[in-house]
Write a new protein. Structure first.
Length: 158
């Protein structure tokens, strides 16, 4: 099964989902949606629903990017869940509504119908794995991975 996510930098989002049990592949690049037609940074997460559910994936996504802020970079970093069929769309909307209770401020994240995907250049794929010692990874990705270790340790691959 697959689902798309967008929120912050796709390097960060890739590094978050890449370490989760049940996640088989993370494609990093740009996603366009039928509702808007514009591309925004995002990932497609291929996962085994017998191991990790959509509910938990959405929760982790919301917890690892600023899902309550309409900052000036939202066009490039759309806070989104990208769905691949009508059932997944309706399920994601229900999960998103339920997850609002985890936040004091209103979520800006929206559920969209996936339209197109452009894979990033090879040199930027698996960015954290290749460049964990670079300042960007240390300052932006590592705190997200530490958050996962503290809050979702049982869901991390060994």
């Amino acid at each position: 099964m697959k689902i798309g996510f967008g929120g912050g930098c796709h390097w960060c989002t890739e590094a978050v989902f890449d370490v989760l049990k049940g996640v088989e592949q993370v494609e990093q690049g740009w996603i366009a949606v039928k509702e808007e037609g514009t591309f925004s940074e995002g990932v497609i997460v291929h996962f085994d629903p017998e191991v990790i559910g959509l509910d938990l994936l959405i929760e982790i996504h919301l917890q690892t990017h600023n899902a309550t802020s309409m900052h000036s970079m939202r066009q490039k970093y759309r806070s989104a869940i990208y769905t691949f069929d009508e059932v997944q769309y309706e399920t994601a909307k229900k999960i998103l509504k339920a997850k609002q209770s985890l936040f004091l401020d209103p979520l800006v994240t929206r559920v969209y119908t996936f339209a197109y995907f452009k894979l990033n250049e090879e040199r930027y794929l698996s960015y954290y794995k290749k460049f964990a010692d670079r300042p960007f990874c240390i300052n932006y990705i590592e705190p997200k991975r530490q958050f996962l270790k503290s809050r979702y340790a049982q869901w991390l691959k060994r």
